[in-house]
Design a protein around this ligand. Structure first.
Ligand SMILES: C[S@@+](CC[C@H](N)C(=O)[O-])C[C@H]1O[C@@H](n2cnc3c(N)ncnc32)[C@H](O)[C@@H]1O
Length: 199
């Protein structure tokens, strides 16, 4: 399966998250960010590749827990001529050192019960735990240590996993958070949230 967005064309195998509206929201709103960029959970690599191609002097780091996704994203970066991306296998920030000017994440956010889990690496693309916030909650506790003082966080969120909790968590950590765009769909509203530290 392949997907084209703003001049970037990515292909995925059946065990890698196929780009959809949430992926495009993340890629669109992060494409012009400058500096050292980190995308957590890159999947096909769409957002990291678009940022890297738009800003060839950006050092871009793209992670995933899934080696299959990383291999797929690496191939997509190559076929799109994006040479300024380093791919790192990492569970959130476990293998990441240093601070970044922007951190991007489209987390697995579907509320998922134990019976709804699927086997294989694709499960991690969707499975947000019982309340859809399992990975997101961990991320919100960890990202601060890796965001440069004037850095920007870009996060995708769904009405299915309590965006108001994310906004209040960011605000209570001293961030100013705003919704850059929201898009209503049949069964959810997608949000693209941006946050910066209040200086
Ligand atoms: C919803 S998909 C988004 C993929 C891609 N960023 C996009 O927007 O199309 C979530 C991605 O995060 C990865 N992921 C899930 N949990 C993760 C974790 N703890 N650390 C790093 N990546 C994770 C999944 O393997 C999957 O590729």
């Amino acid at each position: 399966m392949s997907h084209e967005f703003l001049g970037v064309s990515v292909s995925v195998t059946s065990d890698v998250y196929e780009p959809a509206e949430d992926s495009e929201l993340l890629a669109f709103h992060s494409r012009n960010l400058k500096g050292k960029i980190l995308e957590i959970g890159t999947g096909s690599g769409l957002a990291a590749i678009l940022n890297a191609k738009t800003n060839p002097s950006n050092p871009v780091f793209a992670t995933d827990t899934s080696p299959t996704a990383l291999e797929c994203a690496r191939k997509n970066a190559e076929s799109n001529g994006a040479r300024n991306i380093l791919f790192v296998q990492s569970d959130l920030f476990s293998n990441i050192r240093g601070k970044f000017d922007a951190i991007l994440f489209n987390p697995p956010y579907l509320p998922t019960s134990a019976e709804e889990r699927i086997s294989g690496p694709l499960n991690r693309a969707f499975d947000g735990g019982e309340d859809g916030r399992e990975t997101l909650g961990r991320f919100l506790n960890e990202f601060q240590a890796h965001l440069a003082p004037r850095g920007t966080l870009i996060l995708i969120q769904s009405s299915l996993n309590s965006p108001e909790k994310t906004l209040s968590s960011l605000q209570s950590q001293g961030f100013s958070a705003s919704i850059l765009e929201q898009r209503p769909f049949f069964f959810e509203i997608l949000y693209c949230i941006s946050a910066q530290r209040i200086m």
